[in-house]
Design a protein around this ligand. Structure first.
Ligand code: GLN
Length: 526
């Protein structure tokens, strides 16, 4: 196993995750099997209970792990599936060490950050890397380890110390450190290297040396600036890689390729390039011939909360040469006019009361005006509520989650009495059986599918027959659980209790999204 550790300097939000995922993609294109581990130095066990407005989307893994959104980037860029073991947090490390201590596993030792916490970190990184297999049974040869946060933060210290020890244990050839920093431009357009010098200094104080420096900037880094960074930071000038902001995240691997990232990295890891496969690049740079506008009715004005949906629309659009332009509409303030010029409406997942009525009105508008609609999770539940209120005739229809009224959506029976909120929803992969006559079965090309879930409520079985008798069909089921709905006599009115966005990849777009974007395009032509 070889490790590529990615650290960040200067400030957060530099695109370290995209850089790390791009490095993985480059290595895959050179014929290597790659997995990844993301380290989040916060005390939460996982991202499940964190406010998405602060941390972005909670990405759901196949085993039900609720993870940082970067895990989504890894799954999309590397076209792999990861599990909870691939997202380490301070919370997971400490709770495991403390429970081992209570169990008496440390045999009387004084339990300390070094070696007990650092050993736990190293063991977990190695376990995640070594136990991973892809769908063809291949084991990983290279593991990308992204250390969240910025070098110098108190939170990440034990992780960086563990990484330092790993470098010593593995040695050159099996370990490379990529440091991602910012090169701000001054008024004259010159890129300044001082912040990079300082962050390399902070790394050195921890006993770590960068092998590659990726400089994030608005402009390309000149050869002269690369030589300056090289001289100050003990990195070869050709290992200073320029990473300008790209127009699309999937073009970042191509940018890094042009800068020679593959050669530098393979050389550091003592690896020969295998037969290169650049098919992924042609998929992500396919030209558009059409353009549609999709409104996403949101509760948070932060795009990162909906990153997987945004990417799934892009994947589906590219596959049918259609650029999807997103019109972000605030569920509490948008007006009917805002919906008039869009080609389709998407209602995403969510929790709690805020913005609910706006989302329901948008569903009503899509149903009555025959605008293509895709509802996801909460969006699915609200389609049921809208139909119950305006077609079936229960004016007070709502969800048990939202308050009093006729509960068209009710608590899942197994959730009765659940007190701990962390990791207790219906989470991860579950099978769904589709009606063979449904539009979704046609799009998936199968009636047996598996998708990811994250919910506590479901369609109340008491109203299913009544709803179906009025024309809304539950075309996807898992036993007694309603998983997908479709409305007839409408160009595309589809909603799913599951989250198809989490399994969408540039090379394998998600079926409900393809159907939606296609309907938006076709509807526009009429
Ligand atoms: N709040 C809803 C539930 O818990 C929907 C969840 C979601 O959209 N992810 O069932």
């Amino acid at each position: 196993m070889k490790y590529v550790v990615v650290t960040g300097g200067v400030m957060s939000g530099l695109g370290k995750g995209i850089t790390a995922a791009s490095i993985g993609r480059i290595l895959i294109n050179r014929g290597y099997h790659v997995t990844s581990v993301k380290i989040d130095p916060y005390l939460n066990i996982d991202a499940g209970l964190m406010n998405p407005a602060q941390h972005g989307e909670v990405f759901v893994l196949k085993d039900g792990g609720e993870a940082d959104l970067d895990l989504g980037n890894y799954e999309r860029f590397l076209d792999i599936e990861l599990s909870s073991d691939h997202n380490l947090t301070t919370g997971k490390i400490y709770s495991s060490v403390i429970s081992k201590e209570r169990h008496g596993d440390y045999l009387g030792a004084t339990v300390q950050i070094i070696p007990h916490i650092t050993d736990e970190i190293k063991d977990r990184i190695k376990h995640a890397a070594e136990s991973w297999v892809d769908k063809h049974g291949n084991h990983a040869e290279i593991c990308i380890v992204e250390v969240g946060g910025t070098v110098g933060d108190i939170e990440s210290m034990p992780f960086l110390e563990a990484v330092r020890q790993m470098h010593w244990e593995y040695g050159n050839g099996d370990f490379a450190l990529v440091h991602v920093t910012l090169l701000p431009a001054d008024n004259m357009g010159d890129l300044k290297t001082k912040p990079t010098q300082h962050s390399i200094k902070a790394l050195r104080e921890l006993g770590l040396e960068a092998d590659i420096i990726v400089g994030r900037s608005s402009l390309s880094i000149s050869e002269a600036t690369k030589r300056k960074i090289s001289a100050f930071c003990d990195v070869d000038a050709h290992a200073v890689i320029s990473a300008r902001t790209a127009p699309d995240i999937y073009l970042v691997p191509l940018e890094l390729e042009k800068e020679g990232m593959a050669e530098v990295l393979l050389n550091l890891l003592h690896l020969e390039p295998r037969k290169p496969d650049n098919s992924w690049y042609s998929i992500v740079s396919r030209e558009y011939k059409h353009r549609v506008i999709v409104a996403i009715i949101t509760k948070y004005g932060v795009e990162d909360v909906y990153i997987s949906i945004k990417e799934a629309l892009k994947h589906a659009g590219r596959s049918i040469e259609t650029e999807v332009v997103i019109k972000w509409l605030d569920a509490e303030t948008y007006t009917k006019e805002d919906l008039a010029d869009v080609d389709g409406i998407l209602i995403p997942g969510g929790f709690g009361n805020r913005g609910i009525e706006g989302m329901i009105s948008a569903i009503e508008y899509a149903r009555e005006n025959k605008k293509p609609l895709l509802g996801l999770c909460l969006g699915f539940q609200l389609c049921v509520i809208e139909f119950m209120r305006h077609v079936v005739g229960y004016k007070d229809a709502t969800s048990e989650e939202l308050g009093a009224g006729t509960h068209a959506i009710a608590l899942l029976p197994e959730q009765e009495g659940v007190k701990d909120l962390g990791g207790t929803m219906r989470l991860g992969n579950y099978a769904v059986t589709l009606d063979p006559k449904s539009c979704l079965a046609g799009l998936y090309g199968s009636t047996e599918i598996v998708e990811r879930h994250r919910h506590r409520y479901e369609v109340n079985p008491a109203y299913i027959d009544e709803i179906e008798s009025k024309g809304l069909k539950f075309v996807g089921r898992n036993g007694r659980r309603m998983e997908a709905l479709e409305l007839g006599n409408h160009p595309y009115f589809v909603a799913t209790q599951f989250h198809p966005e989490f399994r969408s990849r540039p090379s394998r777009p998600s079926a409900p999204f393809i159907g939606f974007v296609k309907a938006c395009r076709d509807n526009q032509r009429k």
